[in-house]
Design a protein around this ligand. Structure first.
Ligand code: PLP
Length: 381
């Protein structure tokens, strides 16, 4: 008998897309799959959480977030923007995920077309499917930069463009001039631009990073989404925020309040310490990621059957498998070789033939995992 219970079409779509072998590793498996930093959250942030609880931050707070935290975010963001960011333009959210979902649910309607510049983080399309909107997957250039001609061609009748910068999974940082041209297209067709800059603090030496906040032409249509997860190694704390024009913040924060209620008061005090107490911990973590990036580059250099491009930012490598005897299911094959990875197709149709590994794992595990992957690919040539 058919079950009385059926998931919604959107949920069904997400489940079907994410059907894949488990990447939950057993003891013999090295996980290069998840984007969770192996670092502890810095001590002064952990201490600030204890202090906040002891001083009574155990109650409901303002739905848009702790006012002092909002002020600290406004001050930091205003160093990038032409015009200062005001309190009314900020909403603190439940992780970066909370800012993405509230932004999309607050501004996009069922049936709206939204341009997904892929390969890119998979949540955007999932959220659009969930609400019955239409993700329009646009393959970007072969070196994963913006294909402005394709974006321009698809811009008429779209509602929004979503950018992931630096990009998960490709690690690409877009240039300022690419973003300025994107702004021009958005203005011409009156589109919203959502920019997810979760890896903004993880950009490597020699690469110039221009935040979308620093593009004045974008400001009136920009929804900037940020998280404390990656920069401060705070994935489990669930804290992010968005910056957008006040009217958009009103709508998005209504969505956020409806789903989540008030935010976590004590965690927001700890986040205030993260932003305001001077510390070299984020920079030390960035330098370690940079060193690991070099380790992967050296271990994979010249691998027959693979194409590797060093990421400009983030903590991912997106690796193309060109070996003639490679199987379709790279994730299952890698698991058999003792490594958990993510399939390129999770990030959009043009990810076929690619896989993603993370270097948010210690050097020893990372090196062993990469050696196993190299041996696996070489055997397919
Ligand atoms: C590009 C991107 N945006 C947003 C998120 C979600 O961040 P959070 O853990 O703060 O919800 C992630 C997490 O991996 C990410 O890679």
């Amino acid at each position: 008998m058919e079950s009385f219970y059926r998931p919604s079409d959107g949920v069904q779509r997400i489940v079907e897309k994410s059907e894949r072998p488990s990447t939950r590793p057993g003891p013999e498996i090295i996980s290069l799959a998840t984007g969770d930093p192996d670092f502890e959250t810095p001590a002064h942030i952990r201490q600030a959480l204890h202090d906040a609880i002891d001083s009574g931050y155990t109650h409901y707070i303002d739905g848009r977030g702790d006012p002092e935290l909002r002020a600290a975010i406004a001050a930091e963001a205003s160093r990038l923007t032409e015009k200062p960011v005001t309190d009314a333009e900020i909403c603190i959210t439940h992780g970066g995920a909370g800012s993405l979902s509230s932004a999309i649910l607050g501004t996009v309607n069922p049936g709206d077309r939204v341009l997904i510049l892929e390969p890119t983080y998979s949540s955007y399309a999932d959220l659009l499917w969930l609400i019955g909107a239409e993700p329009v997957f646009l393959k970007q250039t072969d070196d994963f930069h913006l294909d402005l001609d394709i974006i321009r061609a698809e811009a008429p009748n779209a509602r929004m463009i979503i950018v992931c910068h630096p990009n998960n999974p490709t690690g690409v940082v877009y240039t300022r001039s690419e973003l300025e041209e994107l702004a021009e297209i958005a203005r011409e067709h009156d589109l919203l631009v959502m920019s997810d800059e979760a890896y903004e603090a993880l950009v490597f030496d020699g690469v110039e990073f221009a935040s979308t906040l620093a593009i004045p032409e974008l400001r009136e249509r920009l929804i900037y989404c940020q998280t404390f997860s990656k920069r401060f190694a705070m994935t489990g704390w669930r804290l992010g925020y968005m910056i957008a024009p006040a009217e958009i913040i009103r709508h998005a924060s209504t969505v956020h309040r409806t789903f989540n209620g008030s935010g976590n008061a004590a965690v927001q005090r700890a986040a205030l310490a993260a932003l305001t107490v001077p510390s070299d911990a984020p920079e030390q973590m960035r330098l370690e990621y940079q060193a690991r990036r070099e380790i992967v580059a050296e271990l994979m250099a010249g691998t027959p059957g693979a194409e590797i491009r060093e990421p400009d930012g983030s903590f991912y490598y997106f690796i193309k498998v060109t070996a003639p005897n490679a199987p379709d299911d790279l994730v299952a094959a890698a698991l058999e070789h003792g490594v958990a990875i993510r399939a390129g197709t999770e990030y959009g149709p043009s990810g076929k033939g690619y896989f993603r590994i993370t270097f948010a794992t210690d050097r020893e595990q990372l090196s062993e995992g990469v050696r196993r992957l190299r041996r696996m690919i070489e055997a397919w040539v």
